[in-house]
Write a protein that binds this ligand. Structure first.
Ligand code: SF4
Length: 274
């Protein structure tokens, strides 16, 4: 299976731990269910990194997966407060999300690193019984990431010596559409797109699904307005927006079809939107 010149998807011979990074979206759900049905060897466990701000539909889908559907444990990795709470408390360095900058482009983010990657690594260390500064042998952990063949540019090494990333959907040559087909043929419900409710990477399809839940829409419109209050304009050095059209979310034409590339393509860690 070692067909990547850099060995990015090489299975490890005997890792201490095989972990599925479960975003609870279409791709990682497909991977989890393939393992549950024996189509591929099962991991030791799955880890869901919870920012605290996923749509209710994602939490309901996760609860279904955890209700005995998967034959391996699902661990939840989280910080002591939600990403939104940290952002609104003024932790803009630790909780910066990839907003659209009024004068063009997107702002840098560190939400994925601090609310997804680090909590997952902490949970992995906990599962290995190793403290935060304890030594873990290189390649001790095989981490499955649900990136599909159509998103192959998102794959990258874990950036951590003891975690080796694997991409079973790419090894199986499965695209996102192939995941949809696999789920439909087995009469599974299509999972909602996993992402923070307010994630600026989402297109109009994501915003429309959020709009269908009035409470979630209202709280996200409120966050969008907060981003452009005078204090935030000063802190963020200008106006920033959640919607890619760079207008207030409440005024954005979310009925328009998505024509551009999926902005989650910018999310190179494969932790969000899968
Ligand atoms: S879904 Fe978006 S806002 Fe949430 S952690 Fe990922 S990139 Fe950041």
């Amino acid at each position: 299976m070692d067909f990547w010149h850099d060995g990015l998807s090489r299975p490890l011979a005997s890792p201490k731990l095989r972990v599925l990074s479960l975003g609870a979206g279409v791709q990682s759900t497909t991977l989890a269910l393939m393992a549950a049905r024996g189509d591929i060897a099962a991991p030791d466990c799955a880890i869901f990194a919870d920012t605290g701000d996923e749509p209710q539909a994602v939490y309901e889908h996760l609860a279904w997966l955890c209700s005995g559907v998967l034959p391996f444990p699902v661990h939840i990795a989280q910080c002591d407060r939600s990403l939104r709470a940290a952002l609104m408390a003024g932790d803009e360095d630790g909780a910066r999300i990839p907003w659209h900058v009024g004068r063009g482009g997107m702002g840098g983010r560190n939400c994925t690193r601090n609310w997804k990657i680090r909590p997952i690594r902490r949970k992995i260390r906990e599962l290995l019984g190793v403290g935060l500064r304890g030594y873990v042998a290189p390649g001790a952990v095989e981490s499955w990431v649900g990136i599909s063949l159509d998103e192959i540019t998102r794959i990258k090494p874990s950036g951590c010596l003891f975690i080796h990333n694997r991409h079973p959907l790419i090894e199986a040559r499965m695209t996102r559409q192939a995941c949809y087909r696999w789920l439909e043929e087995r009469q599974y419900r299509i999972p909602p797109k996993s992402r923070c409710k307010y994630c600026p990477f989402q297109g109009n399809e994501g915003w429309r699904s959020l709009w269908e839940n009035p409470d979630e829409w209202a709280e996200t419109v409120e966050l969008d307005g907060w981003l452009r209050e005078p204090a935030q304009i000063a802190r963020f050095h200008g106006q920033v927006y959640l919607h890619h059209s760079r207008v207030p979310l409440a005024e954005a034409n979310i009925a328009l079809a998505d024509t551009g590339p999926d902005l989650f393509g910018h999310e190179c860690e494969g932790m969000c939107g899968v």
